[in-house]
Design a protein around this ligand. Structure first.
Ligand SMILES: [Zn+2]
Length: 442
């Protein structure tokens, strides 16, 4: 009774499949809980039910009758791990109400039933195919099942991390916001999008390695972690932006169904992407899976100048005629249909190459959308219009989750006062990513 009929219809439509192919089965879920974690039992169960539901709807039903989850003691080396029909997970005595413990680790370890268990890649050679797919998929489950989740609580206006692995023992850890205890307005949380989770960790280390490497051939443990988990999540989200969410959902399902109980490798995934999308996405894999270049596009300048007509000395019908600058300016000011030449300069600052959209807005509200292949170092768009350019933005939807600097994507004629806000956002993201990087699990 976990899945409503309208949910099945919704995903059947997205996946372009008859609804009966999305039917799920009943599964006996057994939890073995630490005695002092009984207060978390409900959250644990919800996390497994949500995982069974979304992984099942998206990739095909979980094919076994049982699922057993062991909640292991804190600091136990047995946490957290996946085995067929059996996983180990862990949580804290007093988890934050809107934090993602125990949900994050539970959804992740469950996800390995699908990525590693049912679709069995070679983890030593291509860890990204299980850990990375799972990072992408568990993020999608969190998006659906826990759209409201927090990275932080606030204390007197300062963000306080909700991650309870800070190991502060209760009751001296009052920031968690336990359900039912009124903590008032002192505490609030910052929601962080799963789509960009771990961006700073990625940006600080992308140049260490290509994404696709044998597990033992990464520069170090951090690079192994980045390229097996975080970077894959970000990169598959970027692929999703280029293909569209529905097409990406069909790609993932087709790949899973085709390779269930079998052993795919990276090339098999690329083949499914190209086949299902009907596009040749080889460039994407070349840039972002078999490379280690940064991507960064920017609008470096916009400008408009009046189209005033002639200025200078002209030879007209054998006579020399002088058009003064001042009279041209006066004529322009008097004219009723003024025209302007506007120029928008977009530059590629990074080494990675990807096609990008450019959205240009004019003072009269008119908008123009350009598509640039992003190949050369720059491109200029020139417009002769009755209105001046107001602003321009490259990759306005932030499809390139991997872009190293979103703050330089847009350019407006009037500087607005967002410098401080940008600084603050950057600081919060830095904190968030620091904690994200430290919270790896298997
Ligand atoms: Zn894992």
């Amino acid at each position: 009774n976990e899945v409503r009929g309208d949910e099945i219809l919704k995903w059947a439509k997205v996946l372009n499949l008859p609804a009966d192919q999305l039917a799920l089965r009943n599964v006996d879920v057994t939890f073995l809980l630490e005695p002092n974690h009984l207060n978390v039992a409900d959250r644990y169960f919800r996390a497994v039910f949500n995982s069974l539901k979304y992984f099942g709807l998206w990739y095909g039903q979980y094919p076994y009758d049982t699922m057993t989850i062991v909640d292991v003691p804190r600091h136990s080396a047995t946490c957290c791990m996946e085995y067929p029909t059996f996983i180990t997970v862990g949580t804290y005595f007093w988890p934050a109400e809107y934090g993602l413990s125990p949900e994050g680790v539970t959804v992740h370890e469950f996800g390995h039933q699908f990525w590693y268990g049912l679709v069995g890649n070679n983890e030593f050679e291509e860890a990204w195919l299980d850990e990375g797919f799972n990072t992408y998929s568990d993020g999608k489950v969190i998006d659906e099942a826990y759209p409201f989740h927090c990275g932080y609580n606030y204390f007197f206006g300062m963000p306080v991390p909700a991650y309870s692995w800070l190991s502060v023992d209760p009751p001296s850890f009052p920031f968690a916001g336990v359900g039912g205890v009124p903590v008032g307005s002192l505490f609030s949380c910052v929601q962080f999008p799963m789509r960009t989770a771990g961006r700073d960790f990625y940006l600080n280390n992308v140049k260490d390695d290509d994404l696709v490497r044998n597990g033992w051939q990464y520069l170090n443990g951090a690079s192994y972690g980045l390229n097996s988990y975080t970077r894959v999540g970000l990169t598959l989200r970027t692929l999703e932006s280029y293909l569209g969410e529905d097409v990406m959902a069909r790609v993932m399902r087709t790949f899973h169904q085709r390779w269930r109980y079998r052993h795919p490798d990276t090339r098999d995934f690329i083949a499914v992407v190209n086949e299902v999308s009907g596009r040749d996405m080889s460039w994407f894999f070349q840039q972002f899976f078999y490379g280690s270049n940064m991507v960064d596009y920017t609008v470096s300048d916009i400008s408009s100048t009046p189209l005033e007509g002639k200025v200078g000395l002209y030879d007209e019908g054998g006579k020399k005629v002088l058009y003064a600058e001042k009279s041209a300016e006066e004529a322009f000011n008097k004219s009723k249909d003024k025209r302007y030449r506007s120029t928008v300069t977009v530059r590629r600052l990074g080494e990675a190459i990807a096609p990008v959209d450019v959205a240009v807005q004019f003072q009269n509200g008119e908008t123009v959308r350009e598509q640039w292949d992003g190949q050369y170092r720059w491109i200029k768009y020139v417009y002769d219009k009755s209105s001046e350019v107001k602003s321009a933005e490259v990759d306005p939807e932030h499809k390139l989750t991997l872009d190293s600097n979103f703050t330089n994507n847009s350019y407006a004629t009037r500087e607005d006062n967002r410098g401080a806000a940008k600084w603050y956002v950057r600081w919060v993201f830095w904190l968030e990513n620091l904690f994200f990087a430290a919270s790896f699990f298997s």
